[in-house]
Write a protein that binds this ligand. Structure first.
Ligand code: FES
Length: 165
């Protein structure tokens, strides 16, 4: 973790506890996660108890407390996606990536996550990678999606759906 980057994030925000969420968002964006060391510094510099910083960092799904991979794959396991095979899609990602949901590959290329509902149930099962919504995902499509991101290209057949908080 670079202290200079953290210093830049905190500039003009010291002793402003109301800036907590924005500061944590900037930390997440800069480092790819919210390191424990950063939480301690943010707590001290904003004047927010460390337990409150930790609570906020744990509460919002946008914050990760562990380093994430370059590509975050989110598989929806909400009811509508689940009944259309969402769990099987998740198992296929786990099998192909050699990890479990919540983990990151050793080469730091992929992190696999799940979500309860993305609010676009009609196009389920839904998988989101880097903001791209993959609709009606099937087991054969899992390999196609991964291969294209491994090559650094985005799959063409994606659906643009407004992002949900
Ligand atoms: S259940 Fe998957 S988008 Fe709603």
């Amino acid at each position: 973790m670079s202290n200079e980057v953290l210093e830049k994030i905190l500039k003009n925000r010291r002793s402003q506890p109301q800036q907590l969420v924005e500061v944590l968002q900037d930390v997440q964006e800069a480092f790819g996660y919210v390191p424990q060391e950063a939480m301690t510094t943010v707590s001290r510099e904003l004047g927010v108890p460390l337990i409150e910083v930790s609570r906020v960092a744990h509460f919002y799904k946008a914050f990760s407390l562990k380093p994430r991979g370059k590509h975050v794959v989110t598989v929806c396991l909400g009811t509508a996606c689940h009944v259309r095979g969402g769990s099987k899609i998740l198992e296929e990602f786990e099998r192909k990536l050699g990890l479990k949901a919540g983990e990151t590959t050793a080469d730091k290329k992929f992190t696999l996550e799940t979500v309860a509902c993305l609010g676009c149930c009609a196009i389920g099962p839904v998988v989101v990678v880097e903001g791209d919504y993959h609709r009606h995902t099937t087991i054969p499509k899992v390999g196609t999606i991964l291969k294209k991101y491994q090559r650094g290209k985005k799959p063409e057949a994606t659906t643009q759906v407004a992002k949900h908080a």
